[in-house]
Write a protein that binds this ligand. Structure first.
Ligand code: ADP
Ligand code: MG
Length: 697
């Protein structure tokens, strides 16, 4: 659906209103109020307009006490019959309130003297709260209490309840919001035609409605945020996000990057030397990358592919393109184990082509490190492989053309920016095995181009997953013995224990001791985060060479480790791990042609979420489906990489439930930027003030 429009008409009404109503200025609020508002994320007048109610209380009608159902929120009115202070089980105020239909108990456990006065015998009170089954019959505990005269008018509209903070009452906040609504320019950035196309009400109308809904509006539509006014606000929020991403992307196009138009000579030699043929998906993403590299502005491409899909060779071929054109390439990995593995693999592939691969690790001796740094700075090293930590320190390149970041979700946006700040703007290829569900990709990663390897190399045997109770640990150990006897290797992974790294280490050490004792004649190794890098490397090397058959590891092996002969993975306390992590870990096996098994050991009793997670991982092997389920169970904020993506979290819109709005906002962002840039910028300024300013310069 394309929306075209010629001109943005500003409603004349708004301008008129601004001159007649005395303006409120945020700066005139007392520092105390300002700091309380700041706690709510409110820093300007307009933030008050966007501070929307959490829910609404219905004080528009009264329910006869006899009709008030247990478990419902209602407003009743009656006269106080009795008032007592009880001391058991703790001090509390107990009143009985009756109307013509029945009687209700009101209980206040901590109370102020004025509340006792409100409930004095003979007073008429309006009570708003939940009806519960109490010791003395139906009751309300800490209802909202108001003294009223006979026949006092009821509220005409639902009463908004705002998120607030200590020292700022609902009433005070509502008053400030009311003033802000009058003082702010609520002009609509969307032209009528666009609003009509998406079925969205005007902005001013929507915020007024949400802050003080009229009586005819059903509470459910507001509560569930399905009312058109809510949809308008969600749309606006998503639109701001899309605009910010689009502008960031446009800004990137303004920067210069080396034009890498390789004819593919070097890459062809590499491909010819491989013992396998590239998959169709690998070839496709390579074309996409080559096209980007030939542009005069920096590529920012996310290469997604499930664990084992073969991203490393794609990176190596992309590196060949840059090297062929005389540029240097940096390859960053999140851990030293992974970086070293890349170093070995790439050296193996590239050394025969006379390409020197330089290893730059924190654990290098000072002299070696100096020489590696020199190679980078002088341009002698065409390809430098190292950890993220190393690249953060002073690594200078003579002519860096391409930076490849493996397991991108471990780095996030800060890392992207750091690479850019080194004077040049190299092309960037980010690789991630954490699949990003579509809505999320459109939303949080929309400033990146995405290539997907959606096919595994042929000949992989599927991984069989088993859920096994920890009570059957012995059987699992016997299984390992059998596999080792067949010549295979196994991982045994101990979970990250959030509260205590020491405890995690202990678990790994204990398990190592147990396995070493019970597995006679089997070499059992131990790998954990507290070991020195060279110790880790030595253990890993022994495992790769099959001098160690069983590797007990903390989650340090989560990413990227590739040992084809390891076909059994045991994950201890699988119930404590997240879905993405389980999927990553499981991906460490099933890399060779041997039938692979992943045993998820769990300790009961299992909570609902743990049960749900284990079911998902048990039933699915497709990373995209798992990520989708993860998004459903946890919400986007917790998904790997989103927090670090640098894109502000959404307050109102829900990527899953409002997927149609994400789509619409994308379209609208394009239209608005093409036809009415000032409207786009002012919209951005409303929602993401810092960003608009940043992008205007
Ligand atoms: P990931 O995408 O998880 O980083 P890797 O790049 O480590 O995966 O590749 C996993 C394994 O598959 C490696 O041993 C790699 O050499 C191999 N591989 C890559 N591409 C192919 C292919 N087209 N055919 C067969 N094996 C491949
Ligand atoms: Mg990898």
């Amino acid at each position: 659906m394309g929306v075209r429009f010629a001109h943005r008409a500003k409603p004349a009404k708004v301008a008129a209103r601004r001159t007649t109503v005395p303006l409120m200025d945020f700066a005139t609020l007392t520092p105390a109020v300002q700091s309380r508002l700041a706690k709510l994320g409110i820093h300007r007048l307009f933030d008050l307009v966007l501070h929307l109610p959490l829910r609404y209380e219905d004080e528009t009608h009264l329910v006869p006490i006899a009709d008030a159902l247990t478990g419902t929120n209602v407003q009743v009115e009656g006269e106080v019959q009795t008032l007592d202070v009880m001391f058991r089980p703790k001090k509390q105020l107990v009143a009985r309130v009756a109307d013509a239909s029945g009687m209700l108990v009101v209980r206040l456990i901590n109370y102020y003297p004025n509340q006792a006065q409100q409930l004095a015998v003979g007073k008429r009170v309006r009570l708003l709260g939940e009806i519960r089954r109490g010791f003395w019959g139906d009751e309300m505990v800490h209802p909202k209490i108001r003294n009223v005269g006979d026949g006092a008018a009821l509220s005409e509209a639902l009463t908004p309840v705002y998120p607030t903070t200590a020292g700022l009452s609902q009433a005070a906040l509502a008053k400030l919001i009311g003033k802000a609504l009058r003082a702010c320019d609520l002009a609509d950035p969307l032209p009528q035609a666009m609003r009509d196309a998406y079925g969205l009400p005007p902005f001013a109308h929507s915020v007024h409605l949400l802050h003080s809904p009229t009586p005819d509006i059903p509470n459910v539509a507001l509560q569930h945020r399905t009312h058109p006014a809510w949809r308008r606000l969600k749309f606006d929020e998503l639109l701001a996000q899309q605009l910010s991403l689009r502008l960031a992307r446009a800004a990137r196009r303004e920067r210069d990057a080396p034009v890498i138009a390789a004819d593919g000579r070097l890459a062809a030699r590499l491909v010819a030397s491989l013992p396998f043929a590239l998959t169709r998906a690998q070839n496709r993403v390579l074309l996409e990358i080559a096209r980007d590299l030939a542009q005069p502005y920096p590529m920012q491409r996310l290469l997604q592919g499930d664990v084992g899909s073969g991203k490393t060779i794609v990176a190596a071929i992309a590196a060949c393109h840059a090297i062929e054109c005389g540029y240097q390439v940096a390859l960053l990995a999140p851990t030293e184990i992974l970086a070293e593995q890349h170093f070995r693999k790439l050296s193996g592939w590239l050394a025969p082509l006379d390409i020197k691969v330089v290893w730059l690790a924190g654990s290098l001796k000072a002299k070696e490190k100096r020489s590696a740094l020199e190679d980078a700075a002088l341009g002698v090293a065409p390809l430098v492989v190292g950890t993220h930590a190393i690249f953060q320190q002073q690594v200078e390149f003579r002519n860096l053309g391409l930076a490849i970041v493996d397991e991108q979700h471990r780095f996030g946006v800060a890392q992207r920016l750091a690479m850019r700040a080194k004077g040049q703007s190299p092309h960037q290829l980010m690789m991630s095995a954490t699949p990003i569900p579509r809505t999320l990709a459109m939303s949080f990663y929309a400033d990146l181009d995405v290539s997907v390897i959606d096919e595994l190399p042929p000949g992989r045997t599927p991984i069989l997953t088993k859920l096994v109770s920890d009570a059957r640990r012995d059987e699992v150990i016997a299984r390992i013995a059998a596999k080792v006897a067949e010549g295979r290797q196994a991982y045994w992974v101990c979970p990250l224990i959030e509260e205590s790294e020491a405890l995690q280490l202990q678990t790994a050490v204990d398990t190592h001791a147990q396995l070493a004792e019970e597995l006679d004649g089997v070499a059992v190794g131990l790998l954990h985060g507290k070991m020195k890098p060279d110790e880790k490397a030595a253990v890993m090397e022994a495992f790769i060479a099959n001098r160690i058959q069983v590797l007990v590891a903390t989650t340090v092996i989560e990413v990227g480790v590739d040992v084809a002969n390891a076909s059994l993975m045991v994950i201890e306390h699988a119930e404590r791990m997240g879905l993405a992590q389980l999927h990553q870990l499981r991906g460490r096996v099933g890399r060779g042609t041997h039938a692979s098994l992943c045993v998820l050991l769990y300790c009961g009793p299992l909570g609902d979420t743990a049960k749900e997670r284990l079911k998902v991982i048990f039933e699915n092997t497709d990373g995209f489906i798992i990520a989708q389920e993860d998004l459903r169970i946890r919400g986007p904020g917790e998904l790997a990489g989103v927090k670090q993506s640098g894109v502000p979290m959404l307050r109102f819109a829900d990527l899953e439930a409002d997927a149609d709005l994400v789509e619409a906002a994308r379209e609208a962002a394009d239209t608005l930027l093409a036809h009415d840039r000032p409207a786009a910028l002012s919209h951005l300024d409303r929602w993401l003030p810092g960003r608009a300013a940043l992008l205007k310069v």
